[in-house]
Design a binder for this molecule. Structure first.
Ligand SMILES: [Mn+2]
Length: 257
């Protein structure tokens, strides 16, 4: 396990995930852009699966993606840092997206350090389904240096096939009640917290919010998918513990606590 990148969380941060935007759907992507325009924070972290599928240039040129990139550039102009984790659907998001969106992409998650030194671990969540061995084998492939480097440069028919396979697996996972075997594993979460020397683990991926303790290891926050549940965001500020909130609460005037 390589060390994860570390970023400083000094002021207010908004965390969302699992937007599953269709790169060709200008309406939904435009509505996301409107949401970002009223965002009053200094950092936005997207927990992965920003897009429902992503195979590189063909998706980046699509009209919806262009709106998302524009939204991220506008945030950068307002000094809002944008950090995007790869999900299991958009695992080929990379350098070209970073350049076009003035943002940073994190393939394996990241560690945020609060002003008081406390560490928060951000993982998409699919890496914690450790008992689903066929999936983890596929994930090792999609996150391999070879696929990460050459995937976006592959002809569309090839990368499209990989994306389709990933989509099929995760659609099944969300649609069916997973067997305990295939679910996100608490023990894996606790282990990753210990490795990262963090006290809070934030995940997306499962689309059902959760705020619980991971035994002695710390606290575990899982977000609802964006706009698909009441707790589809996490607010992190310097003074308070991270909290599950509604993404609607970030717009306009600062919230009265
Ligand atoms: Mn996912």
């Amino acid at each position: 396990m390589t060390d994860l990148p570390i970023i400083g969380l000094r002021a207010e941060t908004a965390v969302i995930g699992d937007l599953h935007l269709d790169p060709f759907d200008s309406q939904t992507c435009g509505s996301f852009r409107e949401w970002t325009q009223s965002l009053q924070v200094s950092r936005l972290i997207v927990m992965g699966d920003l897009f429902d599928a992503w195979v590189g240039p063909a998706h980046q040129a699509a009209p919806g993606s262009q709106l998302v990139l524009q939204a991220f550039r506008e945030l950068a102009q307002r000094d809002v840092a944008v950090n995007v984790l790869q999900g299991n659907r958009d695992f080929l998001l990379g350098e070209s997206f970073e350049r076009a969106g003035s943002c940073r992409v994190f393939p394996e998650g990241l560690i945020g350090v609060q002003r008081d030194g406390r560490r928060i671990l951000f993982l998409h969540g699919d890496e914690l389904c450790t008992k689903d061995l066929p999936y983890q084998r596929l994930r090792r492939l999609t996150h391999s240096r070879l696929v990460q480097r050459w995937g976006p440069r592959l002809p569309l028919f090839l990368s499209g096939r990989i994306a389709k396979r990933m989509r099929r697996i995760s659609t099944k996972a969300v649609a069916m009640k997973l067997s305990a075997e295939k679910e996100i594993q608490e023990s894996a979460g606790a282990e990753r917290l210990r490795q990262a020397r963090a006290h809070v683990l934030v995940c997306g991926h499962v689309h059902r919010s959760r705020d619980c303790e991971l035994g002695e290891a710390g606290r575990w926050l899982i977000l609802d998918a964006w706009r698909a549940g009441p707790l589809d965001a996490v607010r992190i500020s310097a003074q308070e513990k991270p909290q599950l909130v509604s993404s609607d609460g970030f717009s306009g005037a600062p919230q009265i606590q």
